[in-house]
Design a protein. Structure first.
Length: 228
C-alpha cells in the first residue's frame, strides 16, 4: 500500500478526538476490506476477516459501518479518490485532473501522458484497483451503478481532453473508455502488472488512429499535421 495507509491508534488513553479516532478506524477498515478482497474476493470476504486484518473491534466496526456492503462502498469511494489523487500527482494536472491545456502539449500528447499515468496509478494501488474494477460486480446493483458513474466521469474527462464536442466524438470516447475498462479489468483480475502496463502503447496508437481519422469530432485533424 502507499504512504496513505492508515496508522495504528496509540495504546491506552488517547488525546485524539472521537472524530479523529473514527476517521482512523474507517481508513483502517477500508484498507483491510480492499486487501482481504484482493485475496479472497467479495463473496468470500467476511466482516470477521476485515476485523482481523484491521485490528478494529466488532463494536467499533458497527459504530462506523452498517455492515459489509457499507464498508465496501466506503472503500470504493477511497479507491476512486486515490486514483484521481495519483493521477494529479503524476501528470501535474489542471482542473478536472487532466494535463493543463496551457502546457504546450497537443491533445494526443496529453492523452498519452494521462493514460500512462492512469495505468501506473492502477498498478500502485492494486488491492483498491481490484475492488472497483473486479469485485464491484459481486457487491450488487448499487456498487455497479457507482462503478458506471465513475466510468462516465472518466469518459467526460477524456472528451474534454480531446476536445470531443459532438455526439460522434463523445460516443467514440465512450467506446475507448469501455474497451480500456475491459482490458485493464482482465489484467487486474490476473494480478498481472506487466500486462496492465503493456496495454498503454497499443491503445494509444489506436486512439491516435481515431484522432487522425477525425472520429473524435476533430475534423480538422484529418487535413494533416497542422491539426495535431
Amino acid at each position: 500500500m502507499s504512504d496513505s495507509s492508515p496508522r495504528r491508534l496509540p495504546r491506552g488513553r488517547s488525546a485524539l478526538s472521537p472524530e479523529e479516532v473514527e476517521r482512523i478506524q474507517r481508513s483502517r477498515l477500508c484498507a483491510a476490506m480492499a486487501e482481504v478482497m484482493a485475496e479472497k474476493g467479495y463473496v468470500a470476504t467476511s466482516v470477521a476477516d476485515v476485523l482481523q486484518r484491521s485490528g478494529v473491534s466488532r463494536q467499533s466496526f458497527y459504530q462506523v459501518f452498517d455492515g459489509k456492503l457499507d464498508c465496501f462502498m466506503a472503500a470504493f469511494d477511497v479507491a476512486r479518490d486515490m486514483l484521481f489523487q495519483h493521477l494529479l500527482e503524476m501528470i501535474g494536472g489542471g482542473e478536472g485532473g487532466v494535463p493543463a491545456p496551457g502546457s504546450g502539449a497537443g491533445p494526443m500528447d496529453r492523452f498519452e501522458q494521462a493514460f500512462t499515468a492512469y495505468l501506473e496509478a492502477l498498478a500502485i494501488e492494486l488491492p483498491y484497483t481490484r475492488l472497483f474494477l473486479v469485485e464491484v460486480y459481486a457487491a450488487g446493483a448499487e456498487a455497479v451503478r457507482r462503478r458506471a458513474d465513475l466510468q462516465n466521469s472518466i469518459t467526460e474527462m477524456l472528451a474534454d481532453m480531446l476536445g470531443a464536442r459532438d455526439e460522434e466524438g463523445r460516443f467514440t470516447c465512450r467506446m475507448i473508455v469501455a474497451a480500456t475498462s475491459t482490458l485493464v479489468t482482465n489484467a487486474v483480475a490476473e494480478n498481472d502488472l506487466d500486462a496492465l502496463r503493456a496495454i498503454g502503447p497499443p491503445l494509444v496508437r489506436n486512439v491516435r488512429t481515431l484522432w487522425d481519422a477525425g472520429a473524435l469530432g476533430n475534423r480538422h485533424a484529418a487535413a494533416g499535421p497542422a491539426g495535431q
